[in-house]
Write a protein that binds this ligand. Sequence first.
Ligand code: FAD
Length: 392
Amino acid sequence: MRVNDYDIIITGAGCAGMQLMRAFIQDPLYKNQRILLLDDGKSAQQLKSWCFWFTEGEHPYQHLIRKQWDYLTIGTDSHQQTNFINPYKYGYINSSDFFDFHFRLINQHPHVHYRNELTIGALKTENGFCITTDKAIYQTNHFFSSSWNQKAVSKQASIYLQQQFYGWVIKTAQPVFNENSATLMDFCVNQQQGMSFIYLLPFSTDTALVEFTSFTDKHYDNQHFEVSLADYINIRFKTSYSILKNESAVIPMTDFCFSRFTEEGGVAIGTAAGMIKPTTGYAFNRILLDSVYLAKQVLSENKIKGFQKTRFHFYDRLLLKLLEKKPKEARNILQTLFNSISYQRILQFLDEDTHLGEEVMLFSKLPKKSFIQTIPELWKQPASITIPAMHT
Ligand SMILES: Cc1cc2nc3c(=O)[nH]c(=O)nc-3n(C[C@H](O)[C@H](O)[C@H](O)COP(=O)(O)OP(=O)(O)OC[C@H]3O[C@@H](n4cnc5c(N)ncnc54)[C@H](O)[C@@H]3O)c2cc1C
């Protein structure tokens, strides 16, 4: 094997690329296959607070969870509702811990290499792929890519919203936070930028990440969010505070049918493969399951299957359409949902792990008029056909 020959090349060493690398080296069938991770260095620099719900003792990244909560809170116009989510916990991973852990893994495995290079091309060859970066050319049998073209996707999608958020880690002068409960959504904020809410992760009674989040079709600058965020903290907690860090992002919320495969026939991963749940922005656990599946298929020389649309794609489209056309009603639906269904069942539904009967029961508790009015709009404007992941 020549120096630039690899069994596996992964473009993008972010959340998906790193998880896939780990899934390969932890699979019992892994026999020191040579893996190369290529990354332009963007992801590791951005602070991300990755959260997800999980069952205690069962999460492969449990050792990285810095803080976990037994309760979740939803704030509506009239009250704050806090519920115990047993058997789930809501866990928080800091992205710097995530990257430190994966870089340590890379250093412990001489067959795994990381290069700070931008992938600029990929070509299908007789035996695999030829990958061109800004610094070198590589050959590989298996090619995975996190690269996607946001502009092309937003143009081709029938619904394209963005989850935009801006937040601060603050330290307050008084102990004002309930450190046992994370606030998923507090709707008591101005709703001018589309459906908006506060997301709050209390790390202690006086330290928390507080984020202003909007599901919107326009792009707002951070200044816009800063004002609303400061208003919320002042009104809700009535205490002085200092800002320790900030975090912001724009995450796609779209019904675009991301393909399993790239234009060149490689395998798309992470955001490029539509792993971000369109209606929530959660992706960490979906990426985890997908990585284990992909590593197993490759190492056991089985075919990787394309995606199949499920009824959850339809539910996501329905809610996205409502968020796009009638954000007030979407907000009302979410408030009703959290008021009338157990949080555990909602989390299970968001994991796409419910049965049809459970979903019928869940929808039966919601205001039906908005849904019924929205369904014809979905027929008029079908979701895009599945299109291969495109390079930037
Ligand atoms: C701030 C933030 C907070 C989030 N919080 C949560 C959360 O709490 N829970 C949750 O489940 N999800 C969350 N998400 C959503 C999701 O988990 C992340 O977006 C996740 O990082 C997606 O993984 P990814 O590997 O596809 O993308 P990234 O992590 O962005 O990694 C992609 C990497 O590939 C590199 N790359 C792309 N193209 C090339 C190329 N051509 N050559 C070289 N390198 C390339 C990029 O620069 C980047 O480093 C969050 C997202 C953000 C942005």
